[in-house]
Design a protein around this ligand. Structure first.
Ligand SMILES: Cc1cc2nc3c(=O)[nH]c(=O)nc-3n(C[C@H](O)[C@H](O)[C@H](O)COP(=O)(O)OP(=O)(O)OC[C@H]3O[C@@H](n4cnc5c(N)ncnc54)[C@H](O)[C@@H]3O)c2cc1C
Length: 461
């Protein structure tokens, strides 16, 4: 079999790239190793009930009339109609630090601005200067690493406020420990604080099904349970991929969304020199009957919290660092249909190596997962009150779960810390898209797929 474009990976970047290409040429094939699409943002069933694996909230909310906003541009590039989706905006989210400092924000940026003016009045002029810098900065220009933390400290001169602003942006989009590249900071600040968060009606399955339908209606093809074992190349040119079943598929162009080092491994070329640490996460889902709702905060969509003196966004030296994290209430978005259950999701930083050390001992691994859920509940209850006694279902994903289902090295959701912003890893007809190209999250990875097709592939075919 031969196709003009092969895409490795049916996650959000692969799907978006494939739709974009299929608009001009239906001869495109996605190869996905899993039995479902979605990659890091997918779903599974337990007791006939659907559970989402990733979706807290989608960033970059924009009303339909803001034609130039990233969300509306993305939909246009994919030829998807805004009217085909119902988007529910967040209600309100909090950044909650242990000394009882709280900054609330919503999709109306005025709320965060006012919170800062009220709670950090001396920092208000600095915050206005920061907003101007963010407005003027072009994060898409090639630039050397510039520390966002240093800029924030200089502009705001208040370490607590710096940590509070960085906390949501890091949790939702930083592959780097304790800092962010200024460009990535600007992208995430705009995406979360200036634009805001939402979720589509239904589950992530409905969202993925809409993308797949669009792709297939344009004539694109996908193969599930098709794992690429090897990328065949000579000199700097790719000719084909070989699947684990031995089948060889030839192509003119190849887009890999599986990660930089993962792609180098498939090329059988030497790995990169030792990189900075990759960040791992654990996430627990807690489901309660809907009747418990009044006990819990109803008006919050997401709480980003830190309960230690110093906010540490770094790989812990043990299984999980419960001192900070994210609590998401996927049912608390504006005008969402009432669900028969109440769900909470809790995310914390985790150490892949510590989990890997348990991999050979199933009983110890399961015990550590159960202990993680228990400790996570304790951390959450200090913030939102008791709920553990009402849980009817719980599940915990570790970095090993993510590695197993997505083949992401070390189960690192945000991939390697050093991004390849132009997607070019030195081959004539192979490009990277997705997490390791540099845009993170759902909208980010989809924009990455689209922009790599626009930049590198459409001009050649
Ligand atoms: C628990 C969790 C919560 C999250 N919450 C949010 C959120 O609320 N909002 C948000 O915006 N983002 C969230 N994210 C992040 C978001 O899911 C990712 O940034 C995005 O989905 C990445 O997409 P991708 O296409 O780059 O990578 P991936 O999703 O990793 O896609 C790569 C695909 O390649 C496949 N693959 C790997 N190796 C091979 C191979 N050899 N052959 C064939 N196929 C292969 C994998 O199975 C996978 O499907 C979350 C992630 C997780 C794990």
């Amino acid at each position: 079999m031969h196709v003009p474009l092969l895409i490795i990976g049916g996650g959000l970047s692969g799907l978006a790239a494939a739709i974009r290409f299929a608009r001009f040429n239906p001869d495109v094939l996605i190869l996905e190793k899993h039995s479902r699409i979605g990659g890091l943002n997918s779903y599974y069933y337990r007791n006939n009930s659907l559970f989402e694996t990733g979706l807290h909230a989608i960033t970059n909310f924009a009303p339909p009339q803001e034609k130039a906003a990233p969300l509306n541009r993305l939909l246009r590039q994919l030829k998807l109609k805004r009217q085909d989706f119902t988007f529910h905006e967040q209600i309100k989210s909090d950044i909650f630090f242990s000394n009882q400092e709280i900054l609330s924000f919503s999709n109306d940026f005025a709320l965060l601005h006012q919170e800062i003016e009220t709670k950090f009045p001396r920092r208000a002029p600095g915050f206005s200067r920061l907003l101007q810098i963010i407005k003027d900065y072009d994060p898409f220009q090639a630039a050397a690493f510039r520390s966002a933390r240093t800029l924030l400290l200089t502009t705001l001169d208040e370490p607590l406020l710096v940590d509070m602003l960085l906390c949501p942006l890091m949790y939702y989009g930083s592959s780097l420990e304790n800092d962010m590249d200024l460009g990535q900071f600007v992208i995430m600040f705009r995406a979360i604080f200036l634009e805001g968060m939402f979720r589509p009606e239904g589950s992530i399955k409905d969202f993925l099904d809409t993308l797949l339908k669009q792709y297939q209606e344009l004539g694109g093809k996908i193969r599930l349970q098709a794992t690429v074992a090897r990328i065949i190349h000579q000199d700097r040119k790719i000719s084909a991929v070989e699947l684990t079943n031995g089948e060889v598929i030839t192509c003119d162009n190849l887009l890999s969304t599986i990660g930089h080092e993962e792609t180098l491994a498939a090329l059988a070329v030497p790995p990169l020199p030792k990189q900075r640490p990759r960040l791992g996460f654990v996430e627990s889902i807690f489901r309660l009957p809907a009747g418990c709702r009044q006990n819990l905060t109803q008006e919050k969509t997401i709480i980003f919290f830190n309960s230690s003196e110093k906010f540490r966004y770094q790989r812990p030296d043990h299984l999980v660092d419960f001192s900070s994290g994210v609590i998401c209430f996927p049912g608390n978005f504006q005008d969402l249909k009432a669900q028969p259950f109440l769900e909470l999701r809790a995310t914390h930083l985790a150490d892949y190596g510590s989990w890997k050390a348990l991999a050979a001992d199933r009983a110890a691994y399961l015990a550590a997962k159960s202990e993680t859920a228990g400790q996570s509940k304790l951390a959450l209850e200090k913030i939102i009150g008791n709920f553990s006694q009402d849980i009817v279902y719980e599940d915990t994903f570790t970095p090993l779960t993510i590695e197993r289902f997505t083949a992401k090295k070390e189960g690192a959701i945000y991939g390697c810390p050093d991004k390849i912003k132009n997607g070019d890893i030195g081959y004539d007809n192979l490009f990277l898209a997705g997490t390791d190209q540099g845009f993170l999250g759902i909208v980010g990875s989809m924009l990455s797929g689209v922009s790599m097709i626009n930049q590198h592939i459409l001009s050649r075919t």
